[in-house]
Design a protein around this ligand. Structure first.
Ligand SMILES: Cc1ncc(COP(=O)(O)O)c(C=O)c1O
Length: 499
């Protein structure tokens, strides 16, 4: 910790002495602070030289692993390279000094960017109108389910239509979002091919159905081949179709949720459109809707009258505001730059290479002892594949968690594990389009070695990682309010040191 290094009195920067004239005019500065607000003891700050501080933070950065370090195959998260030029653009003084309270006439440039981005995202998803406000995918889902509610309310059916159908392969945020909007969850099981079981879906829909939330390609990386039939079943029952766009990456420019029959679509800007992702944000989860639902979208809307851009609050059916101001503008700007730099053709190539990479990995990993590919192992995947380490666990006791930890020793990031819930000992692997063949081969080689280790000396895998700065953390203690320490003061308190 920075508090453990350095020495009393050591300084990184020495401030000039206060001049005589200033001292004379101002007097004792501490006297300007009311007595009851003055510190009783010295402020505890680390005391170190500049080079010590630099070394400390360099060391910390080396303990970390990010998309710039190597393969980051976290399934469902689309951890792709974020082009650095987009960071530079978002940090231009003309962007980062703009304030949301400024008069519209002084922010025409950023309003134009946001307006254009809305139009592009509507085009990409095949929707009628897009709202950029939600700050993450789950926030987009929440907006989507509120729109579902507003639609049924206006039709006088909300009291009756209180069920949202969610497949058993769905991300946990789907049922959570539905519950937050006041709906009950109904689970639709998958069939042997990993797609929605049509017979079960038909049995699940009823006059209580408000909608279906679906991820396509789904979390197994499989495209729902019956999507048109699914849309028909849900619409015939009077429900709406919600698209979880976390997996939009592999179909960019190839297929559009709107054309598949989806009424509401969220996009994960921080997954698909090359903006940073992690640590809980900042992200962006814009939502696109069909023409029928556009009137319910949040305000303000950005409108263009062929001359000026305006913020329009005048929409009687709007559900209101979903977030302060207009969304995470810096993140949205990066997505704008990303789309502009790639163009339509580039976006299609993103989809193609992400699918190629996932299928390459899938084919290679299928040859590794102890791993199986559940749900039709012969079927090509889209952007990700989900393996089961159940056979390895049965044979050797080594679990998916152990494999994930051991991968850290090989200098690689682990895939997502234990999701989706319908795969035992799941390893959910998404390579994205931004890693080269050599990096994919390095990953396959590491998994192959781990499998060999599991069969020959399993304890080396089950006790991993051995080479990282910290080994296995107690995940309960690290996140429980009574034991976690988010700051040095908290750490000292937890350990009952004097403050
Ligand atoms: C399939 C799926 N849906 C929704 C989400 C939620 O997105 P966010 O993390 O941006 O809230 C995720 C996130 O991992 C996801 O994988």
């Amino acid at each position: 910790m920075i508090f453990n290094i350095g020495r009393n009195g050591r300084r990184g920067h020495v401030l000039p002495k206060v001049g005589e004239k200033v001292r004379h005019t101002v007097g004792d500065v501490s006297m300007l602070i009311p007595k009851n607000m003055q510190r009783k003891s010295q402020l505890r700050l680390p005391e170190l030289s500049e080079v010590e501080a630099v070394r400390h933070f360099t060391r910390l950065s080396e303990m970390n692993y990010g998309v710039d370090s190597g393969l980051y195959p976290l399934g469902s998260c689309t951890m792709k390279y974020n082009p650095k030029i987009n960071e530079l653009l978002a940090d231009l003084s003309t962007i980062n000094t703009v304030h949301p309270y400024q008069d519209e006439s002084t922010v025409q440039g950023i309003l134009e960017i946001l307006y254009r981005l809305e139009c592009w995202l509507a085009e990409i998803t095949g929707t009628y109108k897009v709202c950029l406000q939600p700050a993450a995918g789950a926030h987009g889902e929440f907006l989507g389910t509120l729109l579902m509610r507003a639609y049924h309310q206006l039709n006088g059916e909300y009291e009756r239509r209180n069920e949202v159908i969610v497949p058993d392969s769905a991300h946990g945020t789907n049922p959570a979002s539905a519950a937050m909007a006041g709906f009950n969850e109904v689970v639709a099981p998958s069939d042997g091919d990993g797609c929605v079981n049509l017979a079960a879906l038909k049995a699940a829909v009823s006059e209580r159905t408000a909608g279906l939330m679906l991820t396509n390609p789904n979390t197994l990386g499989i495209f729902e081949k019956n999507i048109e039939e699914i849309a028909r079943i849900v619409h015939d029952a009077g429900g709406l179709l919600y698209y979880d766009g976390a997996n939009l990456n592999p179909i960019l420019g190839k297929a559009r949720p709107g054309d598949m029959g989806f009424d509401i679509v969220h996009m994960n800007i921080h997954k698909t459109f090359g903006t940073p992702h992690g640590g809980g944000g900042p992200g962006a989860g814009p939502v696109g809707v069909s023409e029928e639902l556009a009137k319910f979208l949040p305000v303000p809307r950005i409108v263009f009258d062929d001359e000026r851009y305006r913020l329009d609050y005048d929409e009687p059916y709007s559900i209101g505001k979903i977030r302060s101001f207009y969304g995470n503008v810096a993140v949205l700007l990066k997505a704008y730059a990303y789309i502009l730099s790639l163009g339509g053709e580039g976006l299609m190539e993103v989809a193609e290479v992400s699918v190629l990479n996932a299928n390459y990995l899938m084919k290679k990993l299928k040859e590794i002892k102890g791993l199986t590919l559940p749900y039709n192992s012969e079927k090509p995947r889209k952007h990700e594949c989900v393996f089961s380490a159940k056979p390895l666990k049965n044979d050797t006791g080594v679990s998916a968690l152990n494999i994930a930890k051991r991968l850290l020793d090989y200098g690689l990031h682990a895939p997502t594990i234990y999701f989706p819930l319908i795969v035992d000992e799941a390893l959910m692997i998404e390579p994205t389009e931004t890693f080269e063949k050599e990096e994919l081969d390095r990953f396959v080689e590491a998994v192959r070695k781990i499998s060999e280790e599991a069969y020959t000396k399993p304890e080396i895998v089950s006790k991993a990682p051995h080479n990282t700065a910290v080994s296995r953390l107690d995940e309960v203690k690290a996140s429980h309010p009574r034991t976690m320490a988010l700051s040095w003061r908290m750490h000292l308190k937890r350990n009952r040191h004097d403050l």
